[in-house]
Design a protein around this ligand. Structure first.
Ligand SMILES: [Zn+2]
Length: 160
């Protein structure tokens, strides 16, 4: 599922490789909740993160939210227009909203909603295409990038 075929920059390709490597390493280490993310701005990776929900008992600490917060801090600006969000799994509703609040108009992810359990989403009947349409296509999305590298992580019913 893609809004349109996006061309990834070399930096984005490398960042995505790092994001999926990070997820695979966490999974191999036996971590129960494995989601990773990064933010690229101006041709540089300015944030990398993993899901911190179980570390913090904060249900909002999804990898994408953590990465966006780190990126805003690094950039010294909560407006991250021009940035790209990369994630090991399709961002959930909360993360898509956070992305939009940060002005990010580009998201690339590996595992796609239709290939993983509904349990990863709290509004599973809403698809990313619905969010895309609901904001008049204010962002571009590209799913399934390196999906085969993380498919084993999300194959089982999980707990986000
Ligand atoms: Zn999320």
């Amino acid at each position: 599922m893609t809004a349109k075929q996006m061309t990834m920059t070399k930096v984005e390709q490398d960042a995505m490789r790092a994001v999926t490597d990070h997820a695979c390493a966490l999974h191999a280490a036996g971590r129960a909740i494995v989601f990773t993310a990064a933010v690229v701005l101006d041709g540089q990776v300015i944030a990398t993160a993993r899901n911190e929900v179980s570390d913090s008992d904060d249900p909002s600490r999804h990898a994408e939210v953590v990465a966006i917060a780190q990126a805003a801090k690094a950039a010294g600006d909560r407006d991250l227009s021009g940035a790209t969000l990369l994630a090991s799994c399709q961002p959930c509703e909360m993360c898509l909203a956070t992305m939009r609040w940060a002005g990010i108009g580009r998201v690339i992810f590996a595992a796609q909603q239709e290939n993983i359990a509904d349990t990863y989403f709290r509004f599973p009947k809403l698809k990313i295409s619905d969010f895309h349409a609901a904001c008049d296509r204010a962002f571009d999305f590209f799913g399934g990038v390196q999906e085969e590298r993380v498919a084993h992580i999300y194959a089982a019913k999980g707990d986000a």
